[in-house]
Design a binder for this molecule. Structure first.
Ligand code: ATP
Length: 349
């Protein structure tokens, strides 16, 4: 397995630049997820790594080999697509074995490897079926099997779970991670779903308009978002971002409604970030009124109106007592949980 390195990689379609000066180090054996809103250049980046799209500038290295000018087949990288791209007229066995057959590997060797791969993906009982006779999740595993069997240097996944229903998606997510750990492969995964990105990745790369907005471990990106874009993109429900002013150790929202103590925050104009799970509600207080309670099993998303501000909060477990629509509540921030962003640059302070 190899690391992948992108150095000043740029992609232009005509005079439109869709990926600009991208520098990325995707480490050996790690699961990296590229995430960002639609059109930010994730798929284009993945396709450039695979060699399916030419770069307009910069270099791509796999291990220490410069693959920038190489054909996809010479890069030794496997890609699993959203639509699986299985051969409908071939059995699961022949679909999985296809890459080896194309390379002229002996039949006995192919049979052996297909058996191994099918076992690792729980596909043994389905080997003689056609793709059309499989569920979405099973087709997905066949597509992964076909990628694994080549023992490539790295795997690229382009939104491979997006066609699955919610439950299967969760199962396949776990499955994919287990498999990646077991094989110790370098994997790059593209999704627009931040939750998927945060749960799957060793390293998450948040992209915006063809550039990296922030990269790091999911925990570090969540704890210290680099700017208001990342702050709003990562985490669900979305972080509350409130323009206002800090003076005398207190934050006052620009739109009347919220006053919070701010330990050690620089005085002056600010955009204050408060994650819904860090807003603490006290029944009977007088800072706001509960507008809406959306119960999600043991936790609830609670919308609180504080004068002219609509605040999103998350309340869990025993703290849900007294949290009913129409009730008045006190609002506090969990100590040390506030984020401060510069109103001009939108960057974290
Ligand atoms: P999504 O999540 O919607 O798939 P993405 O982040 O993967 O989005 P890309 O598919 O990489 O985004 O596209 C980035 C930008 O490049 C988009 O604005 C898209 O319209 C543009 N683009 C992609 N392929 C081409 C092409 N062949 N010709 C012209 N523009 C293209």
């Amino acid at each position: 397995m190899a690391s992948i390195s992108l150095q000043n990689v740029t992609k232009r379609f005509g005079d439109v630049t869709v990926v600009e000066d991208l520098d990325l180090e995707l480490e050996h054996g790690q699961f990296t997820v590229l995430v960002g809103p639609s059109g930010c250049g994730k798929t284009t980046t993945l396709r450039m790594i695979a060699g399916l799209e030419e770069t307009s500038g910069g270099r791509i290295l796999v291990g220490d080999v410069d693959v920038t000018g190489l054909e996809p087949k010479d890069r030794d990288i496997a890609m699993v697509f959203q639509n699986y791209a299985l051969y409908g007229h071939l059995s699961v066995r022949r679909n999985i074995g296809f890459p080896l057959k194309a390379r002229g590997v002996a039949k006995e060797e192919i049979d052996l490897r297909v058996t191994e791969v099918a076992e690792s993906l729980s596909l043994t009982h389905l080997l003689e079926r056609l793709p059309g006779q499989l569920s979405g999740g099973q087709q997905q595993r066949v597509a992964i099997g076909r990628a694994i069997i080549r023992q490539p240097k790295a795997f690229l996944f382009d939104e491979p779970l997006s066609n699955l229903d919610a439950k299967l998606r969760l199962e396949m997510r776990t499955e994919l991670l287990r498999l990646q750990r077991q094989l110790g492969v370098t994997a790059v995964f593209v999704t627009h779903d931040q939750e998927e990105a945060m749960t799957l990745s060793d390293k998450v790369v948040v992209m915006r308009d063809g550039r990296v907005a922030q990269q790091g471990t999911p925990a570090s990106v969540y704890a210290e978002p680099a700017d208001t874009f990342v702050a709003a993109f990562v985490g669900s429900p979305t972080m509350n971002l409130l323009p206002g002013e800090v003076a005398d150790g207190v934050f006052r929202s620009a739109t009347p409604g919220l006053v919070l103590p701010t330990e050690g925050m620089v005085p002056g104009p600010v955009i204050l970030g408060l994650r819904p799970e860090d807003a603490l509600l006290t029944p009977g207080g007088s800072d706001g009124t509960i507008d809406l309670v959306e119960l999600l099993g043991p936790r609830a998303i609670v919308r609180v109106r504080c004068a002219e501000i609509a605040l999103t909060t998350v309340v869990e477990g025993s703290a849900l007592a007294g949290i009913t629509e129409g009730a008045t509540v006190g609002v506090q921030a969990r100590p040390g949980s506030l984020h401060a962003f510069d109103p001009d640059t939108q960057q974290r302070r």
